[in-house]
Ligand binder design. Structure first.
Ligand SMILES: C[C@@]1(CC(=O)O)c2cc3[nH]c(cc4nc(cc5[nH]c(cc(n2)[C@H]1CCC(=O)O)[C@@](C)(CC(=O)O)[C@@H]5CCC(=O)O)C(CC(=O)O)=C4CCC(=O)O)c(CCC(=O)O)c3CC(=O)O
Ligand SMILES: NC(=O)C1=CN([C@@H]2O[C@H](COP(=O)(O)OP(=O)(O)OC[C@H]3O[C@@H](n4cnc5c(N)ncnc54)[C@H](O)[C@@H]3O)[C@@H](O)[C@H]2O)C=CC1
Length: 290
């Protein structure tokens, strides 16, 4: 009986086949990089962006100029050893291991050691042994966009990056930084986690982000933030920047603000019906003229 039920049931919608995208917090964590070539230099730069502590193992004669420059520039972040990888003891205190070697067998061995020690590993030359992949990156302050083709076409990831970059103004990072400050000050004003208050705070923050344009969010300095919290949060509404600046006397209500802000599905049909109505009227007028 149970079997026949199971066979009648529709198969679940396909959901797998991707990788898990996360923003890994590596600050002050230990990352081992084995190899010092050009690929290693790119790895070092990515890892430095996340404020990790790097241990670098590579014989000096194979160290790329850019790698050398990074070692010299960030001595407090990179501990460099002029030698080869020696064995499993190297990975024990590590939170992450990266290999960028011209020796695929050694790379494979290091991956196996890491798997045994349950330390996440990326081998630049062996995708099938990687616990995670690097991706093309767009960075603008706190805004971080990673493009991954899941191992299918790294060059395509670089090209997609250019496309996405051209759709951005370059001001989003600063706007997001200001939103971060507003968010922190709101939490300071109304502390607490979860519950009805948490829901109200989240709804209000979402509304601000929906209504205010990127260029307006950039103007959220301390004075504007205070005003927005006093005139908005405290009065249970989300005024626009123009309204905050007193360009219109009356604050729009929270409901009205939502109606303006929310999705175009609400107002596009209205514009459509209006246009259709206007077109019909014109046709009637023209027909009458004939
Ligand atoms: C699986 C992965 C593992 C990992 O490195 O984590 C991997 C593996 C390999 N890449 C190889 C080749 C190239 N890699 C690039 C460039 C990038 N590769 C990156 C990531 C990744 N590369 C991971 C998957 C990411 C994804 O699928 O999205 C980027 C996105 C990020 C970064 O490296 O930081 C960075 C662009 C960043 C930017 O420009 O912004 C270029 C182009 C170029 O240099 O311009 C080429 C030559 C052209 C080509 O092959 O496309 C080869 C040798 C293949 C061979 O021997 O034929 C292997 C090994 C293999 O595939 O066997
Ligand atoms: N994932 C990616 O995006 C890409 C991956 N690759 C692959 O990445 C690997 C590295 O590429 P490059 O940096 O250009 O190579 P490279 O030849 O410039 O550098 C290799 C480095 O590994 C060091 N090394 C070799 N054996 C070592 C050991 N046992 N211990 C410590 N260091 C050791 C060398 O001294 C050298 O510094 C290659 O296998 C290449 O196929 C290449 C291009 C892109």
């Amino acid at each position: 009986m149970a079997d026949s039920c199971a066979s009648d049931a529709a198969p679940p919608p396909s959901i797998g086949g991707g990788s898990f995208l996360i923003a890994w917090q590596l600050k002050d964590k230990n990352v081992l990089i084995v190899g010092g070539g050009e690929v290693a230099s790119q790895r070092i730069e990515s890892i430095l962006t996340a404020d990790a502590l790097i241990t670098l193992l590579a014989p000096a004669k194979g160290v790329h100029a850019r790698t050398k420059e990074l070692i010299d520039t960030y001595p407090s972040r990179i501990t460099y050893y002029d030698r080869r990888f020696s064995g499993p003891a190297e990975i024990h205190k590590m939170d992450m291991v990266l290999t960028a070697l011209d020796d695929v067998n050694r790379s494979r061995e290091i991956c196996e050691m890491c798997r045994k020690a349950k330390v996440p590993v990326n081998a630049a030359d062996i995708p099938e042994l990687c616990d995670f992949y690097f991706g093309a990156q767009i960075r603008d302050g706190p805004l971080q966009i990673m493009i991954s083709t899941n191992g299918n076409g790294p060059r395509m990831a670089a090209l997609m990056k250019k496309k996405i970059q051209s759709a951005l103004s370059g001001r989003e990072g600063e706007a997001i930084e200001r939103v971060g400050v507003l968010r922190a000050q709101l939490k300071e004003r109304v502390p607490g986690v979860g519950g009805a208050l948490g829901r109200k705070r989240m709804k209000w923050m979402s509304e601000v982000c929906n209504i205010w344009e990127v260029d307006e969010l950039m103007q959220l300095d301390d004075a504007v933030i205070k005003k927005l919290l006093d005139e908005g949060w405290e009065k249970d509404c989300v005024p626009t920047l123009a309204q905050l600046n007193g360009q219109r006397k009356r604050n729009i209500s929270r409901r009205a603000a939502s109606a303006v802000s929310s999705d175009p599905n609400q107002w596009l049909p209205m514009i459509g019906s209006f246009a259709l109505g206007a077109a019909c009227t014109m046709l009637i007028v023209l027909a009458r003229k004939k």
